[in-house]
Design a protein around this ligand. Structure first.
Ligand code: SF4
Length: 515
C-alpha cells in the first residue's frame, strides 16, 4: 500500500469528522430546532447550536473544543499491513492536532501530563477486523468526555428510580433505556443520540452500544422487537421534558439505536452509550493499494446547510434579542443578586478560564490575577499561535462543571468571584455558596465552541501554562457572551427543578408496555 497516501486519507477523515457534522445528524438537529417553541431557552440553545455548526462549516474549525477520544474502527482485506496503517493513523492524528483541528486531549492518567499530540497509551483507539471484501472500511468517532461520562450500564434485574423493578425481558430493557435518558439530565450536551447494547459482558456490552452509534440515524432495525423499542423510546423519551442542555423543552433525544448479542445465563447487561448533539462520526472506503479515498460514508439524503436556512436564521435573531440582560465584568454583588434562574445574560469584559487543575491550584495558592468581581469560565479551549506569535482561540465551549464542585464555593468566596460559567450545573455546596456570597452559575450552550470562540475578541494573557493548554488560566476579553442563569443567589436551581419534574414524568412509564 502507498502508506503516505493512506496517511493523507486519514488526515482528511479526521479533519472532516472534527469540523463537519454528517447529513443524518444535521437533519435530526434541524427537525428538533423546528419543533421547539420559539422564545424558550431550548429554542435559544438550538439556535446557538445551528449557528455553531454553520461557523464550523465556514471556518473548517472544530465543531466542539472537546476532541474526545478518537476511536477508529477498521475493516481490512486479508493481507493488509495493520502495523503500517496504525502508524500512519497516529501520524495523521498528531498532524491534525498541530493544525488545531483536534485539541491535545491525551493525558497521563497518573501524573495528568498532557502528551500534546493526542498520542499515548490507549489513544487514539484503533480497532481492526478482517473481512472478505477488497477495500478498507475506516470509521471514526470523536466522542467527547461530557457525554462519555453519561454512559450507563444496568445489570438486570434491578430497581430503577421512578420506574420500579426492571426484569430480564424486553420491558425491563425498555425501563433501563428510559432511565438512561432521565439520569443524563441533558448533561453531555443534549439533545443527544443513544446507542444501546443488550447482552454481552460489561466490556463487550459497551462495545456493542458504541457500535450502534455508527449506524445511520435514519436506518430501520431489521429486528422487529428492537425496531418497535427504538420507535417507542424516540416517542416517549422526549416526553420527559428535559430538553436541550437540560433547560426543559420538547427535545431531549435525537436518535436511538439498539443492538443485541448473546450473554451467559448468569448476566444480563443493558449498556447505553450516550452521544451529544456534536455527533462527529464519519467513514471512508479506502483503496488497499493506492491508499486513496474511494468514497465517503453517511452521504445519503438531504444535506442541511445551516447557512442557507432562513427560518432558523430568524429564530437566532429573535433568540439573541429577547429579554437579554447585559453584564459588564467586573460585576457587583448587587447586580448578581438581581439575577434569577431562567434569565438569559450577555457578558462583556474579561473572563478567566479554569478547569480541574486551576481549581485544585487555587484552593491552596494565590491567584495570579485579581479575581474580585470576575467571571470564571469552565473551559479548555483549543488555542493556536498565529504568525506574529499571538494566541488565537480556535474553539472555546464550556466543559462539565460538576467536577469542580469540591472547590467552587470556597474559591468564589476566597477570591470574590461573582459568576462561574460552565455546563450541566453544580451541586448543593456551590448553591449554598452562591447564596451566602452573592454569586450565580451560568450555563453556556455545551459544544457551541465556534460560537463562543467568536465572542472572544482577544486573548489578554495566560497563566499557569505548566498545566497544559486546555488546563491553563486564559485571560479572555469577550463581547456578547450568552448564557443562562441556572443557579442563582436565592437558592434556586433550574437543574434541580428539571430533575424533579422529569422524575415525575418518568414515573408515568412504570406500567409494562412490552409483554
Ligand atoms: S458537545 Fe458537549 S459533550 Fe459533546 S464533545 Fe462537546 S462539550 Fe463534550
Amino acid at each position: 500500500m502507498n502508506i503516505e497516501k493512506f496517511q493523507e486519507s486519514m488526515y482528511k477523515l479526521i479533519v472532516e469528522t472534527s469540523t463537519k457534522l454528517p447529513k443524518d445528524v444535521r437533519r435530526a438537529i434541524k427537525a428538533a430546532a423546528e419543533r421547539e417553541n420559539a422564545g424558550t431557552r431550548s429554542a435559544m440553545s438550538l439556535a446557538t447550536i445551528t449557528n455553531n455548526i454553520k461557523m464550523a462549516d465556514e471556518q473548517v474549525s472544530p465543531i466542539c473544543q472537546d476532541t474526545g477520544l478518537p476511536t477508529f474502527k477498521i475493516k481490512t482485506p486479508v493481507g493488509a499491513n495493520q502495523i503500517q496503517m496504525k502508524a500512519a493513523i497516529q501520524h495523521a492524528i498528531a498532524l491534525a492536532t498541530k493544525d488545531g483541528k483536534l485539541r491535545p486531549n491525551s493525558v497521563d492518567s497518573l501524573t495528568g501530563e498532557n502528551s500534546g499530540d493526542n498520542l499515548g497509551g490507549g489513544t487514539p483507539v484503533i480497532k481492526f477486523e478482517q473481512w472478505e471484501k477488497d477495500y478498507i472500511d475506516v470509521r471514526l468517532i470523536l466522542k467527547g468526555g461530557g457525554c462519555e461520562n453519561k454512559n450507563i450500564q444496568y445489570s438486570l434485574p434491578c430497581e430503577l428510580e421512578g420506574l420500579g423493578r426492571a426484569g430480564r425481558d424486553l420491558d425491563g430493557i425498555r425501563k433501563c433505556i428510559m432511565h438512561s435518558v432521565y439520569q443524563a439530565q441533558g448533561q453531555g450536551c443534549s439533545a443527544g443520540f443513544i446507542g444501546v447494547g443488550i447482552g454481552g459482558d460489561r466490556s463487550s456490552g459497551y462495545d456493542l452500544a458504541k457500535e450502534q452509534l455508527f449506524r445511520s440515524n435514519d436506518d430501520v432495525n431489521p429486528n422487529e422487537d428492537l425496531r418497535k423499542l427504538e420507535e417507542y423510546i424516540m416517542e416517549n423519551a422526549n416526553k420527559l421534558g428535559i430538553g436541550t442542555m437540560g433547560f426543559g423543552g420538547e427535545t431531549t433525544l435525537l436518535g436511538c439505536k439498539i443492538g443485541v448479542m448473546n450473554r451467559i445465563p448468569a448476566s444480563f447487561f443493558v449498556s447505553v452509550a450516550y452521544n451529544c448533539w456534536a455527533f462527529r462520526r464519519l467513514g471512508v472506503n479506502v483503496h488497499p493499494e493506492t491508499g486513496e479515498i474511494i468514497d465517503w460514508m453517511y452521504q445519503e439524503g438531504e444535506m442541511i446547510d445551516f447557512r442557507q436556512d432562513q427560518t432558523l436564521a430568524a429564530q437566532e435573531t429573535a433568540a439573541a434579542s429577547e429579554g437579554v440582560i447585559t453584564l459588564q465584568a467586573p460585576i457587583t454583588e448587587e447586580q448578581i443578586r438581581s439575577l434569577k434562574v431562567g434569565d438569559v445574560v450577555q457578558i462583556n469584559g474579561m473572563m478567566y478560564t479554569g478547569r480541574d487543575a486551576i481549581h485544585k491550584y487555587l484552593s491552596t495558592n494565590d491567584s495570579p490575577v485579581d479575581l474580585n468581581g470576575q467571571v470564571i469560565y469552565h473551559c479548555g479551549p483549543v488555542m493556536l499561535k498565529d504568525e506574529e506569535g499571538k494566541w488565537r482561540v480556535k474553539a472555546a465551549g464550556p466543559t462539565t462543571s460538576i467536577r469542580e464542585e469540591p472547590y467552587q464555593g470556597d474559591i468564589m468566596k476566597k477570591f470574590g468571584i461573582r459568576a462561574v460559567i460552565g455546563k450541566g450545573g453544580m451541586g448543593p455546596k456551590t448553591l449554598a455558596a452562591l447564596q451566602e456570597h452573592g454569586g450565580v452559575y451560568l450555563n453556556a450552550i455545551g459544544g457551541a465552541a465556534q460560537y463562543y470562540a467568536d465572542c472572544i475578541k482577544s486573548v489578554e494573557g495566560v497563566d499557569l501554562m505548566q498545566f497544559g493548554i486546555p488546563e491553563a488560566m486564559w485571560h479572555l476579553k469577550v463581547e456578547g457572551f450568552t448564557a443562562v442563569v441556572t443557579m442563582d443567589s436565592h437558592g434556586n436551581s433550574l437543574h434541580a427543578d428539571v430533575d424533579k419534574s422529569s422524575l415525575e414524568k418518568l414515573a408515568k412509564f412504570k406500567e409494562p408496555v412490552f409483554k
